[in-house]
Design a protein around this ligand. Structure first.
Ligand code: DX5
Ligand code: ZN
Length: 222
């Protein structure tokens, strides 16, 4: 059985208190989650700017054990592999829409010792990553459940057939969902076969971050 993994998205945290916010959700530091999801936006691939490798580097120094799950919503993912590796990123997830040579990019990510994820915008079909998955080149597929760019949007339940299609074809693959996940939407995602859950608003704005995280994980584990 696939391991359930909860990855709170820092996009919803108070950036003026980045260390406290990060450690509050990580299991190794008294929180409850396995991963930390870091949304990187370049104002070009998506209509917003967020954070880059400089911040990842600081996070890595402050949280040596954390799994830093970096989601690159950028136009030239090839350009930032070295910087994110040096900064201490654990996983580098690029968008399939943003590159014409995914295999070369994957080789570069692996050569730097990071895990590899590939992300799909809502309009991109599952079949766009079949070749990569068939060749066992990626550790994770990220199925976006909102249009990338902003936190706090509504979950697109019409992405669940895409998750189910990937889960049916690849029983052992980490499948991540990102956007609008919380206690009221987790059942649909879990049912479709997602095992890695990004949650920004629902975790960081909750009265008890631990309680929500545990609730999400329990639902995936069922
Ligand atoms: C959207 C980001 C998501 C987002 C999730 O572009 O990739 O990670 O922060 O936030 P919520 O959980 O609030 O939808
Ligand atoms: Zn994300």
């Amino acid at each position: 059985p696939l391991k359930p993994i909860i990855a709170p998205s820092l996009l919803a945290c108070d950036f003026s208190r980045l260390f406290e916010e990060s450690s509050s959700v990580l299991s190794a530091d008294g929180g409850a989650s396995e991963w930390l999801h870091v949304d990187v936006m370049d104002g070009h691939f998506v209509p917003n700017i967020s954070i880059g490798s400089v911040v990842v580097s600081s996070l890595r120094k402050a949280l040596p054990q954390a799994f830093l799950d970096c989601h690159l919503m950028v136009s030239h993912p090839e350009q930032w592999v070295d910087d994110f590796a040096s900064a201490g990123a654990s996983q580098y997830t690029f968008h399939i829409e943003a590159t014409t040579s995914p295999k070369g990019l994957i080789d570069a990510i692996r050569a730097k010792g990071m895990q590899v994820g590939v992300a799909l915008k809502p309009g991109t079909p599952a079949s766009s990553v079949f070749e990569l998955c068939d060749a066992d080149l990626v550790d994770m597929v990220l199925v976006m459940t909102v249009e990338p760019g902003f936190g706090g949007q509504s979950f697109m339940s019409n992405m669940m057939p895409k998750v189910l299609e990937l889960r049916t074809k690849y029983p052992a693959l980490n499948i991540q969902v990102d956007g609008g996940l919380g206690p009221s939407t987790i059942a649909a995602a879990a049912e479709a076969g997602a095992n890695v859950i990004v949650a920004g608003t629902s975790v960081f704005r909750a009265p008890s971050r631990k309680q929500v995280t545990d609730e999400l994980r329990d639902c995936v584990a069922k």
